[in-house]
Structure formats: C-alpha cells, structure tokens
Design a protein around this ligand. Structure first.
Ligand code: NAD
Length: 329
C-alpha cells in the first residue's frame, strides 16, 4: 500500500503527545490522514502537539487509554504508543506502565476489532532483555527478569505483543508490531533519564556528563525521522508480527558521550556512576527482516542526527524563554 492511500483515512494515535507519538502525528497530518491523538499527559506534553491544534485534520482528545473509549467514526488504524518509555519514567510509574501495556492495549485492540482497523503496537528492543544473542533478530525470545525493577516495562510490552497476536489469531485483527530500538531527536525531555538527552543537556551546560557503569555497554541509536519512516512502512505493509526498526550502528555509551561533548564544543568531562539493576550490556538490531519486507534501512547518520538534536535542545531546552518571547510577539 502506498503512503498516498492514507489520505483522508482516520488514524488514532495513543501517546500522541509524547516524543515518538507527536512525530507520528506530524507525519500522518503531512500525509493528509485525519489524525486523532489520545493522551493523558502522564509523560507527554501539550507543547509537543500545540502546533497541530487547529489543523482541520488533527484532533486531540485528553484520555487515559486504560479506560473505556467510545468513538462513533470509522477508524483505519490504531497506533498504540501510550506508555512511559524511559527507565526513570517507568520506575516512577510502575503500575501505570503495566496497566497501559495490559489494559490499555486490551482497550485499544477492542477499538481496532470493533472498527475493523489495523492495530500497530509500539513494542521495544527491551523485550530482548539482557540479550544472549547478538545482534538481536525478531526470532530471539529474549532474556528478561520479570521481577526486577525493569520487568514492569519489559513484561508489559511482552504481554502486549502476546495479546495483539491473540487478537489477530482469534478475531482476525490486522496486527503490526514494531520493536523500536533507542530513538532520539527533537522533543525528548532532558530529564527523562535517557542517555542522549542527558548527555546533550549536560554537555551544553558544560556540566559533568554522567555515565552509568563503565560506559562499555553498547546501544544502537536511531534518529526519529528514520524510526517514523519505518513505522509508516510497517503500518502500510502486510507483514503480521514483530519487526525490528532500529539503526544497527552500535556504539558504546562512552563513545556516544564523547561524540556529544565534541559536537557541543563543550568543556564537560565524564563522571561514572553505578550501573542500574538489569541494565542491558549490549544492544543491536538485526534488521534483515525490515530490509526484506519493508525495504527499510536507516538513512540518517549519527553525526547528522545528533547535530539536529543538539540545535533543538539549544533552542528549546536551554533557552525556553526565547520560545515564550516568540509566542508573545
Ligand atoms: P513518551 O513518554 O514521550 O510518550 C509516551 C506518551 O504516552 C506520553 O505522551 C504519555 O503522556 C502517554 N501515556 C502514558 N500512559 C498513558 C495512558 N494511560 N493514557 C494515555 N496516554 C498515556 O515516550 P516515547 O519515547 O515517545 O515512547 C512512545 C512509545 O514508543 C512507548 O510505547 C514506548 O514504549 C515505545 N518505545 C520508545 C522507544 C524510544 O527510544 N523512544 C524505544 C522503544 C519503545
């Protein structure tokens, strides 16, 4: 299916006021879809979508998706992105995280079933836990500690995947599952505990850049535009089941911090703190399936993506008063 065929189709995006959700709202509004964004602002913010308010093909509904949702109009697709996503957030909101992965997914699958709509679940590389297979293909079942502090997020997503597949097998709901790897870009919060926004804010402020552990653990960072591109392709494809969408360029956390300090032309130095419990030691997607079924590969280099992200943080996070001044004019 071509992306032009999405024009005038109604797409419901839960968690649409969050980082990833708001970029998806932007993309689908651009593609001419009628976007309905649902969010309860647990970790998201109106500022992420305020530029869309008033557009004829954008509607915002403040709603907690763990509660019943009645909607009279047709829906082409439900994209379920609502969930705390950063370790700080899901450790602060453990029960909300489990509820939105379990009850929220159930309610939204109910909407998809009733409307005969496609259902796309935002899953995560965290379903692989601390992996024993590297890089991680979709066929790897993972190594997750269900009772550790991170289990609330990892298991909520694993349950959500199982529930989505049960709706597909039992009720024929057209299910797509994206396993998202660490994604970064404009609109991240500098205090959400994720590595890139933390490093960028610390480096821009010439403050010590904090590394948890020895910094040798690896991550594969995907720029937001590449991630959104992969998600749109997956939604429009006919592939049922999980697909990794992540940039296979793997780097250590220390390399990432040093690259950011350099790009910010900062005087920051590295400081080391203890590694959190169950922090994965390695992370790299195998994207053979995404290449084969979606023709997707990431196109934005780390240097390019990080430069855009740093510029955005410079303007919006460090000098928010400039934004307010602009608004008043
Ligand atoms: P985010 O915190 O910026 O966005 C999540 C949004 O969900 C927020 O706007 C929040 O207010 C909303 N939300 C939470 N609970 C809700 C509820 N009960 N009802 C309605 N809205 C609710 O996080 P993000 O990084 O944009 O992540 C979005 C999705 O992508 C999540 O499902 C996350 O698990 C997944 N994901 C993200 C990444 C990443 O690197 N950003 C990686 C893997 C998976």
């Amino acid at each position: 299916m071509k992306s032009s065929l999405i024009k005038n189709k109604r797409i419901l995006i839960t968690g649409g006021a969050g980082f990833l959700g708001s970029h998806l709202c932007d993309r689908f509004v651009q593609l001419g879809a009628n976007v309905v964004c649902l969010d309860n602002f647990l970790t998201g913010s109106l500022s992420n979508i305020e530029h869309l308010i008033g557009r004829p093909n954008f509607q915002f509904i403040q709603h907690d998706v763990t509660r019943d949702f009645y909607f009279s109009k047709n829906v082409f697709a439900v994209l379920h992105f609502a969930s705390p996503a950063s370790p700080l957030d899901y450790l602060k909101f453990p029960i909300q995280t489990l509820k939105v992965g379990a009850i929220g997914t159930h309610k939204m699958l109910g909407v998809a079933k009733a409307k005969k709509a496609r259902f796309l679940l935002a899953s995560t590389s965290e379903v692989y836990g601390d992996p024993e297979v590297h890089p991680q293909p979709e066929s790897y079942w993972g190594n997750v500690n269900p009772v550790g502090p991170r289990g609330v997020y990892d298991e909520a997503k694993r349950y959500a995947e199982a529930l989505a597949m049960a709706y597909h097998r039992t009720h024929g709901v057209e299910v797509r599952i994206v396993r998202i790897f660490n994604t970064y870009g404009p609109r991240m919060r500098n205090n959400d505990g994720r590595a890139i926004p933390a490093f960028v804010s610390q480096a821009l402020g010439n403050k010590p850049v904090t590394i948890f552990g020895d910094g040798k653990q690896t991550r594969s960072f995907t720029y937001i535009d590449d991630e959104v591109d992969g998600i749109v392709r997956l939604l429009l494809s006919s592939h049922v089941g999980p697909v990794n969408i992540g940039n296979p360029r793997e780097m250590t956390v220390a390399q990432c911090a040093k690259a950011i300090i350099k790009a910010c032309k900062s005087k920051s130095r590295l400081v080391y703190k203890p590694l959190p419990v169950d922090d994965p030691k390695i992370r790299q997607p195998n994207i053979a399936l995404a290449k084969k079924v979606l023709g997707w590969v990431p196109t934005v280099s780390f240097d390019e993506g990080i430069e855009t992200t740093i510029e955005w943080f410079r303007l919006h996070r460090l000098t928010p008063h400039l934004k307010n001044l602009k608004k008043r004019k």
